[in-house]
Write a protein that binds this ligand. Sequence first.
Ligand SMILES: Cc1cc2nc3c(=O)[nH]c(=O)nc-3n(C[C@H](O)[C@H](O)[C@H](O)COP(=O)(O)OP(=O)(O)OC[C@H]3O[C@@H](n4cnc5c(N)ncnc54)[C@H](O)[C@@H]3O)c2cc1C
Length: 237
Amino acid sequence: MDFMKATIVEIKKLTADVSSFLFRLEDSKHFYYQAGQFVMLKAFVNGKKIERAYSIASPPPRDLVHAEYIELIIKLVPGGKLTSHLFSLKPGAAIELAGPLGKMTLKEPIQEGDIFMATGTGIAPFMSMLRKAFRDNNPKLFYLFLGVRTKEDIIYEDELYEWQKNHKNFHIIITISQPEDGWDGEVGYVQDKLVKYVKDFKNKQAYLCGLPVMVEQSKELLIELGVNSDNIYKEEY
Ligand SMILES: Cc1cc2nc3c(=O)[nH]c(=O)nc-3n(C[C@H](O)[C@H](O)[C@H](O)COP(=O)(O)OP(=O)(O)OC[C@H]3O[C@@H](n4cnc5c(N)ncnc54)[C@H](O)[C@@H]3O)c2cc1C
């Protein structure tokens, strides 16, 4: 794999343990990718080489300037080798990345009733897909099911609700597994909310990303409900 040098230009805290990292490629390099793909990050920690995969959250670049930048959404895993290192870095720090990789790409244009299902940072590739869809003024109705532990764990809450407010064709269903007082939205797992909101599963496409248990159970359920397994695209973290 060919790694390129990149510099962290911005780190934004999104939740208690998730941050957005904006990287800029060095050496006048540009990076083109499809919505939904991921990169490998490489770093040397205590002299040991560590490589991990991260989905790209920024939309595919429209021009040369945007093609110098990549946004990743990363969760700090307690004791995690690469994330502990990444979260100790400050803007200006260097890292290496390679890609783009992965086949869970957005099949364009979005089809009527496309379903996106994510848990936690599994929203990252969908941020890329949805940012592109809204940039392109996609007119089709589609659903985003997002499962998180508590309300405080919703990543990019403002951007998601802004889309919901401004786009009648976008349905977002956020479900929380550990609700606190005052939460009047859905409670439980994303896979258990599907049939409440989607009435017709024939000829539908579904994108699944996040915890393996959610991805596997959702895939089984979607097939049972009539979705063709060739139309289910997934990435497990
Ligand atoms: C295709 C792909 C895309 C991915 N995209 C993203 C992304 O966009 N954002 C992101 O944050 N991660 C993403 N991941 C996960 C990422 O690659 C790392 O596995 C994760 O960041 C942990 O790395 P680490 O070196 O810090 O932990 P490690 O040192 O590898 O793991 C430490 C321990 O934590 C456990 N662990 C690993 N991940 C988690 C987790 N998420 N929650 C709880 N425990 C965990 C491990 O099983 C291990 O026991 C992606 C993975 C894949 C395969």
